[in-house]
Design a protein around this ligand. Structure first.
Ligand SMILES: [Zn+2]
Length: 326
């Protein structure tokens, strides 16, 4: 397993370091927070902390990343660490949970503790969740369970209540922007756009970058806002729900940018600073009411789309509103 150490949450990691020292670590934790914020990466770092030979020898308080334990954990080859997720399947099946429980009943091979990380537990079937309950309730002493979820409310309360909740909060947009500029040498405007769209998640921002999101959103702007969209483009967008959703989100952010400019807000709050000149030109072509009206239509279209209703007509109306500029 690739470990993206950039997004390990160091505050939470040092909290575990203190718990380890004081011998007050609980047996089950639930890491809750947005996708891509580093929950499972932090869980693996905790696994290293508990197994690192340097830490065990009292040489240091943080995992060394170099001893054989650290290296094998990084490469996913450590027998006392079990990581479970649904992979390509839709859910975590009961057979996976049963196998995990069987493994946890064995003694630790190398270290003194067995660690199990179950990722995105909202993907567990009800059967799987129920099968896990007893283990969560009466774990063997040498077991640490770390579960992760991005939607705590979608899990069985009986599972959630048996874990200590640790919340992962989003990073700030400026911090993510800075990180993207330093680590990936991205242009400030592009970094800001990605930081905004990822809502402060570095890994999500990097993922968006790799998927050429900036080019994609600029196509949406070119085709739906700046020039009168061609029928083939409209047809393409309207025929694919997920593309349509992204396109509407781009429209929403664009018109919010116009609202910011119209209210005298600065460039640093914009989602599309890479298109600053065009935003400035368009800002003069819409009244406040126009922009408000468009935003209202986009929000309505997104809601309809969420309910799987046909939004062809609202979308055409929206396009007309966008074109009714001065
Ligand atoms: Zn180590």
């Amino acid at each position: 397993m690739m470990l993206n150490t950039d997004i390990v949450n160091h505050d939470i990691l040092s909290r575990f370091s203190r718990l380890l020292k004081s011998g007050r670590m609980a047996h089950a934790y639930l890491f809750a927070g947005p996708q891509g914020i580093g929950k499972s990466e932090t869980a693996l770092s905790i696994a290293k902390l508990l197994n690192c030979q340097q830490v065990a020898a009292g040489q240091q308080t943080e995992a060394c990343e170099q001893c054989s334990a650290c290296l094998r954990i990084s490469s996913g080859n450590y027998p006392d660490i079990h990581v479970l997720d649904c992979g390509d399947a839709e859910s975590i099946k009961i057979a996976q949970i049963r196998e995990l429980i069987a493994r946890l009943q064995m003694r630790a091979f190398e270290g003194t503790i067995k660690i199990c990380i179950i990722k995105d537990i909202e993907n567990m079937t009800a059967e799987s969740s129920n099968a896990l309950l007893k283990t969560l309730e009466e774990p063997s002493k040498d077991t640490l369970m770390i579960l992760t979820t991005s939607v705590p409310e979608e899990n069985l309360p009986t599972v959630v209540s048996r874990c200590h909740l640790i919340k992962f909060l989003s990073g700030s947009v400026p911090a993510v922007r800075q990180q993207l500029m330093e680590q990936m040498r991205l242009d400030a405007a592009v970094a800001q756009c990605l930081a905004q769209f990822s809502q402060g998640s570095v890994s999500k921002a990097k993922d968006l970058y790799e998927k050429k999101f900036v080019e994609y959103k600029n196509q949406v702007i070119d085709n739906l806002i700046l020039q009168e969209s061609s029928d083939p483009y409209l047809k393409k967008i309207l025929s694919d729900k997920s593309q349509l959703q992204v396109a509407l989100t781009v429209l929403l952010s664009w018109f919010r940018d116009l609202l910011i400019l119209k209210s005298g807000g600065g460039q640093k709050h914009l989602v599309h600073p890479d298109r600053y000149d065009e935003l400035l030109t368009l800002e003069k072509k819409y009244s406040f009411e126009n922009v408000d009206g468009i935003i209202e239509e986009v929000v309505r279209a997104l809601a309809l789309l969420g309910e799987n209703l046909n939004i062809k007509i609202p979308f055409i109306l929206l396009r007309e509103k966008i074109w009714a500029r001065l």
